[in-house]
Design a protein around this ligand. Structure first.
Ligand code: SF4
Length: 116
């Protein structure tokens, strides 16, 4: 297979991968067994960063995303994650979670492949 589809990984997608790895290690959390879950969440965070300049949580509905970004409550890592390690997107999972893998590292190319 040609690797041409991987040559232009969007800058913010890569940035959110790096952030997620660092944050998982910092908080002792793990990525989901289903790589496509991690990929979809990171893609959503990166798109919000592209459009609004901040990685607004992609797993919620907002009436006004610009207002939410300025509120910062749901900018990743959101307040529930920072205060209680609660990530309803399943990006950061506790070791005990039945959905948690052993991985605190991810490869952006593998993530993109899982959602293509
Ligand atoms: Fe990030 Fe919080 Fe959304 Fe999890 S729930 S992806 S920590 S903003």
């Amino acid at each position: 297979m040609s690797n041409s589809i991987f040559k232009d990984i969007p800058e913010n997608f890569e940035a959110m991968c790096k952030f997620s790895e660092a944050y998982a290690k910092k908080t002792g959390t793990y990525f989901c067994l289903d790589v496509s879950v991690t990929a979809v969440v990171i893609e959503g965070l990166a798109k919000h960063k592209d459009i609004y300049g901040a990685p607004l949580c992609p797993c919620r509905h907002y009436d006004d995303k610009i207002k939410e970004v300025s509120n910062a409550y749901w900018n990743c890592p959101c307040v529930p994650m920072r205060e209680r390690k609660e990530c309803h997107c399943m990006l950061f999972l506790a070791k005990e979670s039945e959905f948690a893998s052993n991985n605190q590292e991810i490869e952006s190319k593998d993530l993109i492949k899982s959602i293509q």
